[in-house]
Design a protein around this ligand. Structure first.
Ligand SMILES: [Fe+2]
Length: 397
């Protein structure tokens, strides 16, 4: 790597064509010197307004892959040249580490994992999280066949998300009057993401199977990233409409009013598709100009047809003790209807927030022996399991 500098800039280049200009203040503020940055948390020990805006580089020296800088305020810091190059080439931090691979109904093999192996080997947890980064979902066998068995899996990752519906929820047919969601009936559920009306929207959805012997009830997953990328390449104007027209997602009952306004698809500053929303029952596009809506309605129809296409939807049936975990910003899930006359279907559902999952992966990558996070003061989740009461199932007379 070649290094040149003026008072206000550092110029790095390499023989393979890499070249980047770094601002002197950016370098000063990126110092990892312990006088400036806490080695325990990585936090700065001063606010930026305590540094001189006109700080300059007074001296630069390189040795064995490292760069030492001295600044006009007297501060000295050492930088890894590899880290500087990475900061120039990959300025944004990925939420999960690993390349995403899109898939359709022909995905094979499926990303199965085993509960016992996960409990005995942290490398297996990392494998699972890497699969989640790559495919947006994982499947797990051997989750305890207990009402709150999913907690044993969640404990390996971190902690669950609470909502106004509680922690772990039943997904099974219940009697009329107790239904607050279509999932509590035996009917089929069209593809959807969960709760796009919440802020933040639940990050990951876990569905743990306790019983599934009724006819039907197969789970269906669609890779929203596959669908969105396909629209972006084949119908870019319609894709733009999905990224630019605001949609209100809403749920309201006697105890809650939940609203979020967002387009169907969010694009990151780098142009990556980072959030795919779809929920055919709670979406209301804003009352935009009719021409804009013309395009939006065509876009939504194309998007819906793609999501529901049989060659895109992966279909499988969970058996007792199995669960899936899906990225709720990417994977669109649904289920086929089931016949209560032929048996029962009882699932337990829980959510985990996105930062819990990405933190666990990144921390394991730094230290494979790192334990899952536990509350430092008390346990706010202690009684969640006890509170998650189960509803009596509705059976035909
Ligand atoms: Fe759902």
């Amino acid at each position: 790597m070649h290094v040149r500098h003026t008072e206000t800039r550092l110029y790095l280049s390499d023989d393979d064509g890499f070249a980047h200009d770094f601002h002197a203040f950016w370098l000063r503020e990126s110092s990892t010197n312990e006088e400036f940055r806490d080695p325990g948390t990585g936090h700065k020990l001063q606010d930026a307004d305590q540094l001189p805006l006109d700080v300059t580089i007074v001296h630069a020296a390189t040795r064995s892959g490292e760069l030492e800088l001295e600044f006009s305020d007297g501060h000295r810091a050492v930088y890894s040249l590899t880290d500087l190059r990475r900061a120039a080439e990959h300025p944004f931090t990925p939420e999960l580490i690993g390349e995403k691979v899109t898939w359709n109904a022909s995905l094979d093999p499926l990303p199965w994992h085993n509960m016992e192996a996960l409990e005995n080997d942290p490398h297996k947890i990392l494998d699972l999280l890497n699969d989640l980064a790559r495919l947006g979902f994982v499947l797990v066998r051997g989750v305890p066949l207990e009402l709150n068995g999913v907690l044993q899996f969640i404990d390996l990752i971190g902690y669950m998300r609470l909502t106004n519906n509680g922690g772990i929820q039943d997904i099974k047919a219940v009697g009329e009057g107790r239904i607050y969601d279509l999932s509590m009936t035996p009917r089929s559920l069209e593809p959807h993401v969960d709760n796009p009306y919440r802020v933040p929207q639940p990050g990951y959805v876990l569905l743990h199977c306790l019983r599934n012997d009724a006819q039907g009830g197969e789970s269906q997953l669609t890779d929203g990233l596959y669908v969105a990328e396909k629209m972006r390449s084949e119908q870019p104007e319609l894709f733009d409409s999905l990224c630019n027209v605001p949609v209100v997602f809403r749920y309201a009952d006697e105890q809650a009013t939940l609203e979020n306004t967002s387009p169907f698809i969010d694009i990151s500053p780098e142009g990556r598709i980072e959030h795919v929303r779809f929920h055919g029952r709670c979406d209301q596009v804003i009352a935009a100009e009719p021409d804009k809506l013309d395009a939006f309605y065509r876009a939504r129809r194309t998007y819906t047809d793609l999501i529901k296409a049989p060659d895109v939807q992966l279909t499988f049936k969970l058996n007792p003790g199995e669960m899936f975990m899906v990225d709720n910003f990417r994977i669109i899930h649904g289920r086929r209807n089931f016949q209560l006359e032929t048996g029962a279907r009882h699932m337990r559902q829980a959510y985990i927030d996105r930062d819990v999952v990405s933190s666990r992966q990144k921390t394991l990558l730094r230290n494979i022996d790192a334990k899952p996070p536990r509350p430092r003061q008390g346990d706010p989740f202690e009684n969640v399991a006890a509170r998650a009461a189960t509803e009596p199932e509705q059976r035909p007379a």
